[in-house]
Design a protein around this ligand. Structure first.
Ligand code: 6PG
Length: 248
């Protein structure tokens, strides 16, 4: 089930995303089980993490019940400015009491991209619950979308788009400064909730294509995210939705 949620601006979008993050962890804790979340990098989620790092959201999130994973990583060490882990560390992890053992970053410094993908896949296989077909069931996966239609590190025309069995792969993207390591579509698609966070006028043209054009996963990888049984939320601000007809 897809749904589009429109927010006036990035601040309102970030607050709604932070509320979703917190409520997902609270719900799992109330059931006596950990919440398994995966987060993306980039700039859009920064404000969500900052909101979770302070005030009521920080106080009301049961951090001990959170198992935090990453959707993707650049092939750089954790202290590199390009590291998705570093961004989350600076905006969230340094400010909340999340136990180090609950932080499952992609260890991009530990070998080749392919070796890192193997290591990360083993780590996820050790902690994540699975659905009947053996793929992981995240409670919530936060995704972004590039203006080229990529999501995670699933880029147009890249080999990772074709992966149907592995949970994590290395993905060479010649146009980028670093190789990538990324969750695959099957690893994402079995989540209970998948939430795209999309903000800004520069995303408007691609968001319209992704939501209305015929499916072409090679050209528009974000269209390849197809929840197996869960919910798909498009959480976007008015600027990103500007090229779509206003929903009734
Ligand atoms: C990354 C992200 C990437 C991001 C999109 C959108 O490693 O860069 O995981 O997939 O979500 O590029 O990025 P913005 O939020 O900065 O627009």
């Amino acid at each position: 089930m897809n749904s589009i949620r429109r927010y006036a601006d990035p601040e309102a979008l970030s607050r709604a995303a932070a509320d979703l993050f917190c409520s997902t962890v609270r719900q799992a804790a109330s059931e006596g089980r950990p919440a398994h979340l995966a987060v993306s990098g980039g700039s859009t989620p920064r404000r969500m993490f900052e909101m979770l790092s302070e005030g009521e959201l920080r106080a009301s999130t049961p951090w001990d019940w959170l198992q935090l994973c990453w959707v993707d990583e650049r092939f750089v060490p954790p202290e590199d400015p390009a590291s998705n882990y570093r961004m989350v560390r600076e905006t969230l992890l340094e400010h909340v009491p999340l136990p180090a053992t609950n932080i499952h970053r992609i260890p991009a410094e530990l070998g080749t991209p392919e070796q890192v993908a193997d290591v990360y896949q083993l780590e996820l296989q050790a902690i994540l619950p699975r659905v009947a077909n053996g793929f992981p069931r995240f409670d919530l996966v936060f995704l972004g979308m590039g203006s080229d239609g990529h999501t995670g590190s699933l880029f147009p025309r890249s080999p990772a788009l074709y992966e149907a069995r592995r949970w994590v792969v290395a993905n060479p993207v010649p146009s980028l400064p670093h190789p990538r390591i990324t969750l695959t579509f099957p690893a994402i698609d079995h989540a209970a909730v998948i939430a795209f966070l999309v903000a800004g006028q520069d995303k408007a043209a691609m968001l319209k294509e992704v939501l209305t054009a015929p499916k072409d996963v090679i050209l528009r990888p974000a269209q390849g995210v197809q929840p197996a049984a869960g919910k798909l939320l498009w959480m976007a601000d008015a600027a990103a939705l500007a090229e779509l007809p206003p929903t009734p």
